[in-house]
Design a protein around this ligand. Structure first.
Ligand code: HEM
Length: 457
């Protein structure tokens, strides 16, 4: 058997996940890209995150403007992938290729660089100033509890904008072409918020974006058979789910606190929900440890020891900031994916052989995602462009400032291929659609849709 005809299981390729031994799988083929890592224009960090995995859809969605990677990777082919760790998409349509062609033509015609929007550095500077100012005002300005509670909200807002304008674009390599810029901006997220970008990269880039709304694969849907919410047709219903439209949105506030704790699992247990975590580098470890120390120092040591805050006042203000930050981020993501008319995929329990999703990856992104508030500068700024979530999922490495330009292109290709593009006029409509969905899933057993997994159809 020739080397290229050899079959490899996912357990075999998962062992090759270091700089000196790096394999990936794309479209059912296995590639040993160890020699290419140092030459990758997108940097070695993003390849190491992908190492030892099936990265078909990352490979397709992170090179939207060029076919060069397809040519290069051919040289490194060593065989075939014989089994899968996570669900795989068994449909391949011309939808994404057609869309990418039109998007490329758009950037060429308008002479714009998708990762270098005009306002990009001004926006970055603004959110860095805001997070510093938010911290200063909420801790140093006054000792009046009432004003401090208001300022705690302001600080929560500053952290949210920092995450949505800096961290989120950075994790998707959507700011500049420099892997060094992504690395250091990413580390500054750990420093300023105490949450790990390395953990987020696994949850969001490797998990959520590749397996959107697929039960037991998308980490944003929660794992385990019993969850505090029932949002997919594959979960057992419990009596308390009747009230999930009331309590779930309240619990969303705990998200950032839970997230910081979950970082520890990512680093020590090497798992993030359904996603296997690869070995963190010394840099990742340093960012994580410094992030936790700076969090404890700035959020507790400075106010309690240096500024001599009353403990109870600090706890109240700390919780307000955190709850606000938690709500802001979670609601932003939930209204885009967990709402009426959106699709969910998967199986009730994780089988030995994971689900085959009878769908094309790019089309699934459109079916599982909704936009809101197109044309509203307020929605655009305060959501970090994620009111154009469909475009973001299809082109994660394109800067958020371009999303609104791409919406008409995506809509026209959706129309051509008969795919419904979901859009709510306002944020209020989007949020109500999320709450209604929670209500219907919790209260109407008939609302549970037919499973969309090919294995169960
Ligand atoms: C495994 C084989 C891969 C090959 C052969 C490859 C090849 C390339 C090439 C040739 C470029 C330069 C593109 C240009 O000239 O515009 C590039 C850029 C890039 N790649 Fe990859 N790539 C691979 C995997 C990946 C994966 C899995 C990811 C995502 C997780 C990724 C993310 C990026 C990014 C972010 C850039 C930078 C784009 C820019 O700033 O212009 N690559 N890659």
């Amino acid at each position: 058997m020739s080397v290229k005809g050899k079959q490899y299981s996912y357990t075999e390729i998962s062992k090759h996940n270091t700089e000196n031994d790096c394999w990936v799988a794309v479209d059912g083929k296995v590639y040993d890209i160890t020699k290419w890592i140092g030459s990758h224009p997108g940097g070695k960090e993003i390849l190491l995150l992908s190492a030892g995995r099936d990265v078909t859809n990352l490979f397709e969605s992170y090179h939207p403007m060029t076919d060069k990677p397809v040519e290069i990777i051919k040289k490194y082919e060593i065989g075939y992938l014989s089994s899968y760790e996570l669900p795989r998409y068994v449909q391949k349509s011309k939808f994404y290729a057609t869309l990418k062609e039109k998007v490329r033509a758009h950037f060429k015609a308008t002479d714009q660089d998708p990762q270098m929007a005009v306002g990009i550095f001004a926006r970055l500077a603004l959110v860095y100033i805001l997070i510093g100012l938010g911290y200063y005002l909420s801790h140093f300005l006054t000792r009046n509890l009432f004003f401090n509670m208001i300022l705690a909200v302001v600080y929560g807002m500053c952290q949210s904008l920092f995450a949505l304008h800096m961290m989120h674009d950075t994790c998707h390599a959507a700011i500049s072409h420099s892997p060094t810029v992504w690395k250091w901006l990413g580390a500054s997220f750990d420093f300023f918020t105490g949450a790990s970008l390395y953990a987020w990269n696994h949850q969001h880039v490797i998990g959520h974006h590749l397996y959107t709304n697929i039960r037991n694969a998308d980490p944003d849907l929660g794992a385990g058979e019993i969850d505090f919410r029932i949002v997919t047709p594959f979960q057992p219903r419990s009596w308390y789910h009747k009230y999930q439209h009331i309590y779930a949105p309240i619990l969303y506030g705990l998200y950032t606190m839970k997230y910081r704790l979950q970082d520890n699992e990512t680093f020590f247990k090497r798992v993030n929900g359904s996603i296997r975590v690869t070995n963190p580098s010394t840099f990742d470890w340093a960012a994580y440890i410094i992030g936790k120390i700076s969090f404890l120092f700035f959020r507790f040591f400075v106010p309690l020891v240096i500024l001599k805050w009353n403990v109870l006042d600090l706890i109240v203000c700390f919780l307000i900031t955190e709850l606000y930050f938690g709500y802001y981020l979670t609601i932003n993501f939930q209204v885009s994916h967990v709402a009426e008319d959106l699709k969910f995929y998967g199986t009730s329990t994780r089988p030995d052989e994971p689900a085959q999703i009878n769908e094309d990856w790019a089309i699934l992104q459109v079916k599982t995602t909704q936009d809101y508030g197109h044309g509203s500068l307020i929605c655009n700024f305060f959501s970090g462009g994620l009111n154009h979530q469909v475009v973001h999922h299809l082109f994660p490495s394109i800067d958020q400032e371009f999303y609104h330009q791409l919406v008409p292109i995506v809509k026209s290709v959706c129309q051509e291929f008969g795919v419904t593009y979901h859009h709510k006029k306002t944020f209020y409509e989007a949020i109500m659609s999320h709450i209604n969905y929670l209500y219907k899933m919790g209260n109407d057993p008939d609302y549970v849709r037919k499973p969309l997994n090919s294995k169960q159809e």
